[in-house]
Design a protein around this ligand. Sequence first.
Ligand code: KE4
Length: 422
Amino acid sequence: MSLFTDAQRVIPGGVNSPVRAFASVGGEPVFFKSASGARFQAEDGREFIDYVGSWGPMILGHAHPDVIEAVVATAQSGLSFGAPCVLETQLAEKICSMLPSIDKVRMVSSGTEATMSAIRLARGHTGRDKIVKFEGCYHGHSDSLLIKAGSGALTLGVPSSPGVPAGLAEHTITLSYNDIDAVRAAFAEVGDQIACVIVEPIAGNMNMVPPVDGFHETLREECTKAGALLIFDEVMTGFRVAKGSAQSIFGITPDITTLGKVIGGGMPAAAYGGRADVMASIAPDGPVYQAGTLSGNPVAMAAGLKTLEMIDDDEFWASLTAKTRKLVDGLAAAAADANIPVAVECEGGMFGLVFTDAGPVRSYAQVAAADVDRFTKFFHGMLAAGVYLAPSAFEAGFVSAAHSDDDLDETIAAAAKVFASL
Ligand code: KE4
């Protein structure tokens, strides 16, 4: 018996989120026992340098003492009230101060809840049903967003999971990420029926794919022209790629922003926020309903607030960006020395590594054509060397403030050996 087979007896797939099961890379998942800074200890005694960081939240490193202190102190005064508390106002004020596009923000408990609510808000505010998303982007598992492209760009969406009614899927238009012409064509054809466009401003769920010049400007322009809302899903990029999130990098003002991961500091917290006139449509101010028992609970608020307070600092971002740049430059050089074609990306504390000889990755098609087998061998080689990467070729990686130069040097040295073995 193993911990994994024990778990599989009572939990579907032995995990509480599918990607954790190592299905796409094979082998049994590593069971974490404890984590601190850039490293974690597994139940079997092994230690790893961690580049997943709970899929983004652990930007300060695991178990940062100041965050732990804030959580413990708050927990001692009560875990959840289901009633307003000052910490909710304080975190909301912090988010609004760091993201000028957000006049008002509603806390929820997961990124899925944030994007699901943002879509409902857009539909309720505009009175329209259609939404536009992009192939390769992931926005959580709510029904309207588990949709893949139909046969043609503008054909009705088709569910990407059983359980999603076709009648709902047909309202979701799925286009190719970075395809400016496809965006213009969609708006030309059905612009007056589109409630919103939802997009990852830097895609992080098909490995890391940055926008091409003009892509976000086109989304902004077409949404404004058509009276549709532009939703930047910054659940992953929010306070991960820059102090002002991705929207500050591209100088785009979305109508709604969804957030998660970092704003909870490792605790369950996410949010959606935006223009005052749009947020006025949300209950109890407006008619669009959304609610949550644990929304804004004090412990999660305390973890998120302390985290944002500590990263609201230009020095922090200069240092984190330099660490990530050092990592990807080292990985690229090691791959080149071994004649292994890879494409790397990095922004703030987020990075991507794709096994491809097609140059910089700017589309889902390029990611889909990448050498997944080679990634899988690389993943296991790095795991054996004590480096924990995301167990999927279609995920981004994350560096924390706790990753030291020694950690990065150790990682690059391990990569050099593994690349040479591929
Ligand atoms: P959650 O419901 O998992 O908190 O957030 C959904 C979500 C929404 N939007 C974006 C851009 C996201 O990246 C996510 C979740 N990201 C994945 C990692 N690719 C979470 C990991 C998992 O599914 O276990």
